[in-house]
Design a protein around this ligand. Sequence first.
Ligand SMILES: Cc1cc2nc3c(=O)[nH]c(=O)nc-3n(C[C@H](O)[C@H](O)[C@H](O)COP(=O)(O)OP(=O)(O)OC[C@H]3O[C@@H](n4cnc5c(N)ncnc54)[C@H](O)[C@@H]3O)c2cc1C
Length: 392
Amino acid sequence: MTFEPLASDFYAYESLPSDQEKEALGTLRAWLEADVKPIIGGYWERAEFPMQIVKPLADLGTLSYNWEETRPFENSAVFRGFVAFELARIDPSVATFVGVQNGLATGTISVCGSKEQRDEWIPKLASGEVIGAFGLTEPLSGSDSAQGLRTTARREGDTWVLNGSKRWIGNATFSDITIIWAKDVADDQVKGFIVPTSTPGYTATKIEGKISLRAVQNADITLENVAVPESLRLANANSFRDTANVLRLTRAEVAWAAVGTSVGAYEAAVKYAGERVQFGKTIGSHQLIQDLLVKCLGNITASLGMVVRVSEMLDRGEQRDEHSALAKAYTTARMRETVAWAREAVGGNGITLEYDVARFFADAEALYSYEGTREMNTLIVGRKITGKAAFV
Ligand SMILES: Cc1cc2nc3c(=O)[nH]c(=O)nc-3n(C[C@H](O)[C@H](O)[C@H](O)COP(=O)(O)OP(=O)(O)OC[C@H]3O[C@@H](n4cnc5c(N)ncnc54)[C@H](O)[C@@H]3O)c2cc1C
């Protein structure tokens, strides 16, 4: 499989991965272009997730690269970032499915689980045999989840009883397990539980009417006296600090997905600019359209440099909360500009699914807000710069 950096990767950052990593990226890109790109607009419009792609995603390694237990070969964080980038370049909903399954659900079990919990669940999540979800956000607690969770966990002997509600939980209409974060009434600390969704008292209801990431299935969850054995309490999740350790890793991947989303929109605009004729020449021959395209490429190139660096820091054990927070805040803000400029270049056709740019334009909004809004990530970086926490 020949693999070349994309023309939209102007400084050729995709030449950085090893030959084995490039081979895997090339296979993934070819599959996404052949099997996902042609169908995904219809799923987006119908607000359905294409379940038939779960097995190929697993077979291609996208659900297993991150974890020692399942990865097919040693790989770098830069490579794993490019996996998120390639997925989002074709479809941000598909990238989000993988981000939830592989990042938030498997990631939590990897970071916070015991060896027994990791051995039991990670291979099943990597193969797609088990679908996972991650339930942190609640109807009354989003940005303030470090302190504002209302879902409770009460220990009764070897059983924990969970009560409360969750909102926005991705993949949760069809997940087999959902990680539920809840406050232990005994010590007021946030703890995590692997909750099989068949447990009595657990219900998930699809959130309808979304204008962004329509193919992602988000759910409202209610927990009414949901009984979970002590063996399903995450052994190493003892406070919100442990939850934040998972979010540090997944936020960096969202930053990569934001760059992929920008590239998806930009490539659609470049294609259109080469085909659409106005005033007797292709619109790409007009200076102002070139200006839009160059501004997009500048954002993409600067953002790629940032995410490559933040992943290199992860590989060297130097990545801190503020590093991934800055990458998430910066790249999603640049993404929002980029998808708007790309859509502008496609004119009226830019608001239809047919010309490909509209889906990225709409999907960018959810990436901008989930896994910490720009404001929250800004406050994490602001705290580092000034030494002052300005959250409340
Ligand atoms: C498509 C989608 C998928 C999601 N998937 C998941 C998932 O799988 N699991 C999960 O747990 N959650 C998920 N979320 C939830 C997501 O993480 C939250 O939406 C996000 O954290 C923001 O919380 P909120 O929506 O409650 O907004 P709020 O916290 O109510 O914020 C509203 C606005 O106020 C701002 N704000 C809040 N506090 C401050 C402050 N102190 N200073 C300045 N500004 C402030 C925010 O930045 C934002 O602009 C998902 C959300 C979406 C949209």
